[in-house]
Write a protein that binds this ligand. Structure first.
Ligand code: COA
Length: 239
């Protein structure tokens, strides 16, 4: 799978499937840019293990967006040409169970103080993953957009749109019937991105005590024409 964005300036951004090595970049972008949820608090080492498992599992995947390094020296958060990443899972509960089984001991030992400090939020996150977003589901398989982050040097240049389009294409290829994402109710840029890509806000709920999260959903298999006005991911700005 590979999507290419080729803006008029000629600075192409390519979205490709990530592998275990890309877990490093995903962890760095996540730790540096995603402040909601508790995963960032567990640090890049924990995140690297998690994203490695995402890349290695059959029913989850990483997407990496790459372009010419806009800061010229590889010092962007992701390092090198990494402009952004996205993690998706067709079965979030299965992914978390596999992570606990294969990586749980090492991840827990490496992040013990952080886990002890935030055990409640860890449990709440696991519970969300294994409960299908708080709703009992019958019908088509609903996949989850776990996380997305775009290096600040690339934000506002349609890289996020290109990643979400890549996510939806990958879900269609794998036969998922729908997609959902849980986002902090106060994360305006992310909610605007998901809306633009055809996600519709549903229920609000407290994933973690004292926070408000929004569940957003859309069907899979609909074409890019259903991603909303101006949503064609056909350019990454003028880098
Ligand atoms: C959310 C995020 C991924 C968007 O990436 P991006 O590459 O800047 O997004 P795009 O350029 O494709 O923008 C798509 C749409 O999102 C909305 N959007 C993006 N950034 C926005 C901002 N700062 N304020 C308001 N809306 C914004 C706009 O509707 C935009 O469409 P437009 O360009 O037609 O106005 C990026 O801001 C980010 O990495 N944020 C930090 C990490 C995060 O919060 N992740 C989500 C939780 S997991």
């Amino acid at each position: 799978m590979a999507g290419v964005s080729q803006p008029a300036s000629g600075a192409a951004v390519v979205v490709r499937l990530g592998n275990a090595v890309d877990a490093e970049v995903a962890a760095r972008l996540h730790a540096g840019l995603i402040t909601e949820g508790f995963l960032s608090a567990l640090g890049p080492r924990f995140l690297r293990r998690l994203y490695r498992r995402v890349a290695l599992s059959d029913d989850s995947f990483l997407l990496v967006a790459e372009g010419p390094d806009p800061v010229g020296d590889g010092s962007g958060i992701g390092g090198g040409p990494a402009a952004g990443f996205l993690a998706g899972a067709l079965d979030l509960g299965a992914l978390y169970r596999r992570f606990v089984l294969h990586d749980g001991v090492a991840a827990a030992v490496g992040s013990l103080p952080e886990l002890l400090r935030s055990w409640r939020r860890a449990w709440e996150t696991l519970r969300h993953g294994t409960s299908g977003g708080g709703e009992e589901e019958a019908g088509p398989r609903v996949a989850e957009l776990l996380s997305i982050a775009v290096d600040p040097a690339w934000q506002g240049r349609q890289v996020g749109t290109l990643l979400v389009q890549g996510f939806l294409d990958e879900l269609a290829r794998r036969g998922a019937g729908g997609a959902q994402v849980v986002v902090g109710a106060d994360n305006g840029p992310a909610i605007a991105l998901y809306r633009r890509c055809g996600f519709v806000p549903g229920q609000s709920f407290a994933l973690h005590r004292g926070t408000v999260s929004l569940l957003m959903r859309r069907p899979v298999g609909a074409g890019p024409q259903d991603m909303g006005p101006g949503a064609q991911p056909d350019g990454a700005g003028s880098a």
